[in-house]
Design a protein around this ligand. Structure first.
Ligand SMILES: CC(C)(COP(=O)(O)OP(=O)(O)OC[C@H]1O[C@@H](n2cnc3c(N)ncnc32)[C@H](O)[C@@H]1OP(=O)(O)O)[C@@H](O)C(=O)NCCC(=O)NCCS
Length: 257
């Protein structure tokens, strides 16, 4: 699988935006409004969710994508068209260009990350996600990563596990190969830092970067960029909940954790 579809130019600053929306802070009128921003295909897909919470998360993620990409490109959100690569990764089919994006939903948050000049991956999970365990991630962690978890106890241990998992998923989603990648050989840092990609054939550049973001106290988020650690990038973080809540003006952007 090629991961070089979007190539940064030398010394160009890569613009990265991370948008999130807390669906628990929206009421039923807001949810309807959010759904109305989706294309008819997206709305049809959205109707297939039988349970309210995942349906709201799915709608909010695509509404975020339309809002954020439209704003970035100066286009009406309804003009955008999304496609889906064979592994399931969504991409901007119209207009084609340098802009890459990725979506995630976890806990109460829908998230969309955009990068103008490199591949981007995003993941979010509740900080205490109880289903995640060392047994569940058996074979997906490097020995040093497993040690990082077992050195801790109680909630700190669970948070370390969640931190590892969102980091790995963000990298896997930037690539597009998902859980088919050799995740035990993609070692993610605890904080911001480099991720060596040499275990993945064709991954360029050979070292990517991971950023940790903290949207609130309850969630952990990781952003992966297929971009050399020393390449210039400008990352901004935006809470769009207010945008979708009665369509009041957007909240001021917050900073990375
Ligand atoms: C891709 C994957 C990591 C997503 O993880 P998740 O925790 O279930 O879900 P998240 O909330 O983080 O992200 C879901 C979104 O990621 C995006 N996505 C789906 N497949 C993707 C992929 N291969 N790469 C990047 N993003 C992907 C989609 O936008 C999806 O939301 P949508 O279906 O509403 O459009 C996971 O579903 C996966 O790998 N599944 C196993 C299937 C697999 O291994 N396939 C092998 C080839 S991908």
């Amino acid at each position: 699988m090629s991961v070089a579809r979007v190539k940064p130019e030398i010394s160009r600053i890569v613009g990265v935006e991370v948008w999130f929306c807390s669906v628990d802070d929206l009421n039923s009128v807001d949810h309807e409004q959010v759904r109305s921003l989706l294309s008819s295909d997206e709305q049809a897909r959205n109707r297939r969710f039988l349970v309210d919470h995942p349906r709201h998360l799915h709608a909010a993620a695509y509404a975020l994508a339309r809002h954020a990409i439209g704003r970035r490109l100066g286009l009406p959100p309804a003009e955008l068209r999304f496609g889906r690569a064979p592994g399931g990764r969504p991409f901007l089919a119209h207009p084609r260009g340098m802009l890459d994006f990725n979506l995630a939903h976890g806990g109460g948050l829908a998230v969309c990350a955009l990068a103008d000049g490199c591949r981007v991956g995003i993941d979010v999970e509740p900080a205490d996600r109880p289903e995640l365990s060392l047994e569940l991630l058996d074979g997906l962690l490097a020995p040093g990563e497993r040690d990082r978890v077992t050195a801790r106890q109680g909630s700190a241990r669970q948070e370390a596990l969640v931190g590892l998992w969102v980091g790995k998923e963000a990298v896997a989603k930037a690539h597009g190969g998902g859980l088919s990648l050799p995740l035990d050989r993609l070692v993610v840092p605890e904080g911001d830092g480099p991720v060596t990609m040499t275990a993945v054939a064709g991954a360029l550049p050979p070292v990517w970067r991971l950023h940790r973001l903290r949207p609130d106290r309850r969630h952990r988020m990781a952003l992966a960029l297929a971009l050399a650690p020393d390449a210039p990038a400008a990352i901004s973080f935006h809470d769009a909940t207010q945008v979708f809540r009665g369509h009041r003006p957007p909240a001021a952007s917050a900073g990375p954790a």
